[in-house]
Design a protein around this ligand. Structure first.
Ligand SMILES: NC(=O)C1=CN([C@@H]2O[C@H](COP(=O)(O)OP(=O)(O)OC[C@H]3O[C@@H](n4cnc5c(N)ncnc54)[C@H](O)[C@@H]3O)[C@@H](O)[C@H]2O)C=CC1
Ligand SMILES: O=C(O)CCC(=O)C(=O)O
Length: 527
């Protein structure tokens, strides 16, 4: 009988489901890391919330572990690459606590608008400071939403119900989905300039870290009130404190902090600042939802091998897996490439297969393309939820299977429709297992998409390669491989370089200024 450890506080229904399904379960919330390391070897599954940290140390000792189930959305407490390397499936419950978290953001917005915590403290201290707490109405105010995914779109719906005007910054939000939600899609600068309230609903990624930086906070409307129920690290906390002290920021409510538990944040005591201890998901309803869901998903996996909401494993049957695996790696890289390079909102994506690829189950290939594409925007996307999320965001997904024989024995082509037109990339497998890019935006180019890379579009002209080599060499960046392609001699050319270390911003700026360069973009792919 498989054995699971519930290592965080979880609704008792989780343990009940495990037992009913025939999975042995221990409940030990609040273990120290050392205590967990000492016992984790005895378990097939770990059911967690956010307190248990699953890093390499825990995984190294977890010699029987097959699955980690997160009763919630964010998995930043799990080292997913290390879990994958160890062969441990990581699952989450992507929707069970979304409504609850959205409601918490709305509650904090009201708390800021009417200074409820301060007014409560003052009243209970025996003061009757009726004149001190002048609030603002929400009606007709502009709410700026940074991130319009599951939670952001629920917040938008509730805010529209409160007669607010909602504007949203989310590079992945299509115009059609924005219309459906009743929000106005805007650029970040415009959101900062127009919003009376700003609420954040993105994961913490390289693109979103400090999205409200000192500079961006300075560009907000005077008196803006800011809410963060997503992840600590999205806001520069020191700059937020300064903004509150200067009066430029009218109020801020944080449920999440860079350092958690936040027991001594410098923000504490700052005028206009209110906080909750990562309570976004803490309602009985949400905790029942995520507990039931995680226990069912983990039991299914441990007892039948079925995979739901896995972040690091496609849902594929045991027979198909070996043939599909290299195609999924190729598909994920192609999806990631179009995601990293596409400008403007994406409205449609087409995944075409031909040759040997056309004989396979296309769903996992499509899932892998979408997961690669959307992981550029959200680290909680997986093979299972990527197609659903794409549909929910109004992305039109087409799958095409060609019978024709092409130049390659097997080919996967990914084309996206953006506000700037259609863009297409294609790849094949060398030796039936090695993913290779063979076409990029209509230009033949052969490249291995792996690790840090640099993409340059330039006018084909003598001396260019020497100049770019010098610019990178001067910055101490070693070039691993060099891939070139061009439309015609003297026409537009593309250059894909694999580099041993990411290219520093200053060097990117230097490359962008080289004669003939039209576009420079650093890329990153899993190895
Ligand atoms: N405080 C709490 O207790 C809880 C916090 N969360 C957190 O809330 C956050 C949002 O969760 P969901 O809505 O379920 O995620 P989601 O993945 O459905 O939505 C995230 C949205 O952010 C957008 N996004 C990604 N990069 C962006 C960027 N650079 N700029 C603007 N938008 C960007 C994505 O396109 C996506 O639409 C996550 O970080 C999650 O961990 C979730 C539940 C509870
Ligand atoms: O489990 C919790 O209380 C935190 C929830 C959360 O942050 C998430 O689901 O991303």
């Amino acid at each position: 009988m498989p054995k699971v450890l519930i290592s965080d506080k979880m609704d008792p229904r989780a343990a009940q489901i495990f037992r009913e399904r025939g999975v042995e379960v221990d409940e030990k919330p609040g273990l120290s890391k050392e205590e967990l390391v000492a016992i984790v070897g005895g378990y097939d599954g770990l059911a967690i919330r956010s307190a248990t940290k699953i890093g390499r140390d825990v995984l190294n000792a977890a010699n029987n572990l097959k699955v980690v189930g997160r009763a919630g959305i964010g998995v930043d407490n799990v080292d997913i690459p290390a879990a994958s390397a160890k062969g441990v499936v990581v699952m989450n419950t992507p929707f069970g606590n979304s409504i609850t978290t959205a409601e918490h953001a709305i509650a904090l917005m009201f708390a800021l608008a009417r200074q409820l915590p301060e007014a409560d403290a003052s009243t209970q201290a025996g003061k009757w400071e009726k004149n001190r707490f002048m609030g603002v109405e929400l009606t007709n105010k502009t709410l700026g939403l940074i991130g319009a995914g599951n939670i952001g779109s629920i917040v938008a719906d509730r805010a529209i119900g409160l007669k607010m005007k909602v504007i949203a910054f989310d590079p992945f939000l299509s115009a059609e989905r924005a219309r459906e939600l009743g929000v106005e899609k805007v650029a970040l600068d415009e959101l900062l300039a127009r919003a009376d309230f700003i609420t954040l609903h993105t994961p913490l990624t390289d693109q979103t870290r400090n999205i409200l930086s000192a500079e961006n906070l300075a560009n907000t409307k005077k008196g803006v009130r800011i809410i963060n129920c997503a992840r600590g690290g999205l806001i520069d906390e020191a700059a937020l404190k300064k903004g509150l002290e200067s009066g430029h920021i009218g109020g801020a409510a944080l449920d999440v902090f860079v350092e958690e538990p936040a027991t001594a944040s410098p923000l504490f005591g700052t005028p206009g600042f209110i906080s909750t201890p990562h309570l976004g998901a803490s309602t009985s309803e949400a905790q029942v939802n995520v507990a039931i869901q995680v226990a069912e998903q983990m039991s299914d996996f441990l007892l039948t091998g079925a995979v739901t909401n896995a972040l690091n494993m496609p849902s594929v049957s045991a027979e198909e897996a070996p043939r599909l695996r290299p195609y999924m790696a190729l598909a994920e890289k192609l999806g990631s490439l179009v995601g990293q390079l596409a400008h403007g909102g994406l409205s449609a994506i087409s995944i075409e297969v031909e040759g040997a690829a056309a004989e396979l189950n296309q769903k996992p290939i499509t899932g892998a393309v979408l997961a690669g594409l959307m992981r550029v925007y959200s680290d909680t996307v997986n093979m299972v939820n990527a197609p659903f999320l794409a549909k929910e965001r109004g992305l039109d997904v087409r799958e095409v299977r060609h019978d024709r024989e092409g130049d390659y024995h097997t080919l996967v082509r990914v084309s996206v429709a953006t506000s700037e037109g259609e863009r297409s990339v294609a790849g094949t497998l060398f030796g039936d297992y090695k993913p290779r890019l063979v076409e990029l935006f209509g230009i033949k180019v052969e490249a291995d998409l792996t690790g840090p890379m640099l993409y340059v579009v330039n006018e084909d002209a003598p001396g260019f390669i020497g100049r770019i080599g010098t610019a990178l060499g001067d910055a101490g960046v070693n070039i691993g491989t060099f891939h070139l392609g061009r439309r015609a001699a003297g026409g537009e050319a593309v250059l894909l370089l694999s580099v041993d270390t990411p290219v520093p911003q200053a060097t990117l700026d230097t490359v962008a200024k080289l004669p003939g360069v039209k576009r420079v973009k650093p890329l990153h792919f899993d190895r």
